[in-house]
Design a protein around this ligand. Sequence first.
Ligand code: 3HC
Length: 689
Amino acid sequence: MERLVNLNVVDEIGVVSIDNPPVNALSQVVREQLRECLQHAKSDSLVKAIVIVCQGSTFVAGADIREFDQPLTQPHLPDVLDAIENSKKPVIAALHGFVLGGGLELALACHSRVALQDTVLGLPEVSLGLIPGAGGTQRLVRLCGPLTAVDLVIAGNRITAFQAQALGLVDRCVESDIQTKAIELAKYLIHTNQPWGRTRDLSITPFNADEFEQKTSMLLRKKVGEQAPRAALQAINAALTMPFDEGMACERSLFIERRQSDQAKALRYVFFAERALISRTRRLAARGSAASIQKVAVIGSGTMGSGIAICMANAGLNVILIDVQDAALQRGVKVVDDYYRDALGKGRITEQESTDRRDLILPSSSMEAVIDADLVIEAVFEDMDVKRQVFRQLDVLCRDDAILATNTSYLDVEEIADCTNRPQRILGMHFFSPAPVMKLLEIVQTTLTDTAVLAAVLGLAQRLGKVAVTVGVCDGFVGNRLLAAREKEAMFLLEEGALPEEIDRVMRSFGFPIGPFELRDMAGVDVAWRNRQGRFPQLSEREQRCDWVDKLYAAGRLGQKTGSGFYRYEEGSRRAVPDTWLSNLLEQHRSQFNIVRRNITDKEIEERCLYAMINEAAWLMENDIVENAGDIDLVWIHGYGFPRYKGGLTYCADRIGLNQVADSLKRYNPSAGKELSAFLSSRKSFHDN
Ligand code: 3HC
């Protein structure tokens, strides 16, 4: 059998070395061989102490997630870790790279831990719908106290080696030669008769119970709908109230229950969808040169433009923020200044970083400033004529090898590219607001976009730390197209008798952070109105009739910014208050069109909103707008708050069954038949290839 774990005796030290690339995951074979090597080391009289070290770029980054869809196999990790902890010879963990999940649990079972300075440690199990399943909660509470356990286990925070040392989780931090330093520590322990012992025997140091209570309830409030953080708290409480073995049994049974839960399955799906996207991005990016982009010009210094400039500066790029209107430019500069002042005030960056990054952004009111930019991102008003005018200018002013991108959120990128002499160097870079915070970036590739151009921009997206999803040209791309489908169905529901607050409540209880009408008020009714104006001739008769957006716009109710939209807002508050203005408007509409209001159940609201989106997702697949269905899920998870623990839209659709979705759509709206995507009615699933 392939050797993934080896034992070498160096002087009196048994060095157990794990070599299971890429991340030394604790697969069944690794667990088996680790146990075997430990037994040999324990029974070898020449070995006085044991060091566990990993080959490659990282220590153990966790259990092997690919095994979680299969039944549990022996040896179980807790048993292997017990064997380590009960060793009569001290066992030292030599940490580097990522020490995550089962990897940190392995380290906790050792008697001492030494880490390279840049090591990252954490228990990310909750992000996979799990809790630590090999003593992580029980040992961490004993070693570092329950407050640290809450940070790592429930919040899923990662910490640096220095932070871990301050918390008593790591005994020594070293600059280099981790294996040598760990061997030195092992020798020191055995030759100086230093006391060493089992983590399980430590008693829990007194802690502030009120702080513990406050911290956990604050965290759990943020994790509405997620089951794993609640199970994690149960396991931490078991550590606080039970003897070690009982606490371990409690943790294990919670872990096994979580492992087979629907939420854990959905989160595993998202984990692998993200990994698949990352490796496709890396592969494609390798075909171009991201390093060729050093200087970026951003045209338009509104919220999006200044946010994009900040993203670029945060990644160390030189930026020219251009706005030909002086007043707008000054507002943009203020947004940038406020951002860095705030980040510094909140301790997110140092004074030096704040100054350095701020200095990378140079404002200019002249379009000529684009002259030596490698990449220009246009973020002006969302209007085709305005954008085409800007691109014509850019085409004349920019270097021939410059890449030109538009930040449009729904306009036809091909039509924009068409007015230049370099359509092959043009693409869309659709950032989400607030740009420095939101991870998602839709990269819109036209039929003419050069592969090397796409590759360079994907490489840049990696530098920016974005989840970059490449999409094709269509109205609204992936994100806003699905949003429009949901909004359209929500408008029909209003016409039939539902109220905005009912629809928003149902969507929030599904797991969205905000409902469609609250979102519309936040994003601006004027944005929807403008979009509607542009597409009015293509709208169906019913869409034209459901004209609340036009009426709100005419009444100056543009959303939160004007104090009213679908809801009203008290002065200085963002809390949406249901408004009789709107319910009266809906009543008038129904009586005008002889529509009898009916009671609509929550189930119908949820199904109609979701199924309309699923139908649109099927259209995206049918028209090759995305390469695979997982990308649709990632766009909505990272850009629109689709609950990650539900796996994403197409994942949910497969669970429901595409036939069932199609049948329901037809049942709810018999005339919807012609709008049904062929993909939806002909395929069994989004994910069968
Ligand atoms: N199991 C199986 N495969 C894993 C894995 C794991 N725990 N972690 C990463 N991989 C795979 C990835 O799928 C990817 O495979 P691919 O090349 O075929 O796409 C490959 O390893 C490299 O991963 P990344 O591209 O993500 O590499 P990075 O260097 O960017 O990141 C990392 C490395 C930070 C370790 C990141 O992969 C990560 O966060 N992994 C998950 C860590 C985790 O969640 N651990 C806890 C697992 S649950 C557990 O331990 C339960 C325990 O309590 C019993």
